[in-house]
Design a protein around this ligand. Structure first.
Ligand SMILES: Nc1ncnc2c1ncn2[C@@H]1O[C@H](COP(=O)(O)OP(=O)(O)O)[C@@H](O)[C@H]1O
Ligand SMILES: [Mg+2]
Length: 347
């Protein structure tokens, strides 16, 4: 799909939500016919596409469902319906541990559709119960249309307070630790590895789940001290099994999943895969044909954001600045591309 069509599609969908104002900036006039379910039957519409200067009318930064208890994470709004949760991915984006003021159009939908894709492919116990959010007792007036594409009905579990990270390549905090001690999370690795090297075999590198700020890498022994040796063993083997399956699939699509983070929950004695799964937010995706050990690899999705923030002079220690439209637009395109490449489906 070319860029123009994508921009056009944003407009059409946001117009469906009634969110594009007349006063917005003219960006693109479509020359071809873009079918959409909102079209009047039998009519072929020539569209003029408008995009707001702040690129914000198409994004959902925060969902609202009156009267339902909600917990807002960095990206998700999680509504509590007793033994089920409504798991809503907003378009919020975080970088350097801050939520940025801009949303990224379609990001919530991309994250939701990638997780759904993996849940159906992986064949492990997971928390997704239904895509049909009207199976929940939503209060009258809930904006079902804007929530549906970005939401899942999931099983409420008791969250295991460990970030279950699998790494197949040396990057990020793993690379930092290796340079100091030739280990990652205390696991000894061969000498002579360089940044982005492929590891001899994937490793389980748990981290604490910090309520705010940075998660901290911990050893397997420390993990056992927190959640017990038996559950730690189970999580290690599940993490490596799921990561292995993910990598196998991604390899057929020309993608390296350099590392990823899973979360697990407990429900009636079962260990269940929860949260988001192998999305660009929870993983490092690298195009296989660009991979070159000895240097950092460009981030598939957030590189424009990171590069721009680095150049902006922001101190990373105060509320971050607004991203320019161009960065927002290109980031949105990258998320959509990640979905299309990974799943082989059109977005
Ligand atoms: N099935 C589940 N049961 C209970 N909590 C869950 C479930 N799946 C995910 N969660 C929690 O919901 C939250 C998701 O929101 P998110 O924006 O990703 O938060 P965070 O900022 O912690 O990454 C996480 O705290 C995650 O642990
Ligand atoms: Mg999260």
């Amino acid at each position: 799909m070319n860029q123009a069509r994508k921009v056009a599609r944003f407009f059409v969908i946001s117009q469906g939500n009634g969110r594009v104002a007349e006063a917005d900036l003219l960006l693109f006039r479509s020359t071809d016919y873009l079918p959409h379910r909102l079209d009047p039957p039998g009519q072929r519409l020539q569209r003029v596409c408008l995009l707001s200067k702040s690129a914000s009318p198409m994004v959902l930064l925060q969902s609202e469902i009156p009267g339902i208890p909600v917990r807002r994470g960095k990206v998700r709004d999680v509504y509590d319906f007793g033994d089920r949760l409504l798991f809503v991915a907003t378009d919020r984006i975080s970088a350097f541990d801050y939520i940025l003021p801009n949303g990224i159009p379609r990001k919530g939908e991309v994250l939701t559709r990638i997780s759904r894709f993996w849940f159906s492919l992986l064949g492990v116990d997971h928390h997704l119960l239904s895509d049909e959010i009207t199976s929940l007792p939503l209060p009258a007036g809930t904006d079902v249309e804007s929530l549906r594409p970005r939401s899942m009905v999931v099983m409420k579990t008791q969250v295991v307070p460990i970030e279950c990270v699998a790494r197949g390549y040396l990057s990020g905090s793993g690379w930092k630790e290796y340079q100091k001690s030739s280990t990652v999370c205390g696991i000894p690795l061969p000498a002579g590895l360089v940044e982005s090297s492929r590891l001899p075999a994937p490793i389980f590198t748990p981290a604490t789940k910090a309520e705010s700020g940075h998660d901290e890498n911990i050893s397997f022994e420390q993990t056992s001290g927190i959640i017990g040796p038996e559950l730690s063993e189970t999580l290690r083997s599940l993490t490596l099994k799921i990561y292995g399956r993910g990598c196998e699939h991604a390899a057929t699509r020309g993608i390296i999943i350099a590392d990823t983070k899973f979360e697990f929950g407990l429900r009636e004695g079962r260990v269940i895969l929860i949260d988001e799964v192998m999305t660009p937010d929870s993983s490092r995706f690298w195009p296989a044909n660009d991979w070159q050990p000895g240097r950092g690899q460009a981030s598939f999705d957030k590189q424009f954001v990171r590069d721009w923030l680095e150049r902006s002079g922001w101190d990373k220690n105060s509320p971050p600045p607004s991203l320019p439209d161009e960065v927002v637009r290109r980031t949105s395109e990258r998320y959509i591309e990640a979905f299309e490449i990974l799943t082989g489906q059109a977005f």
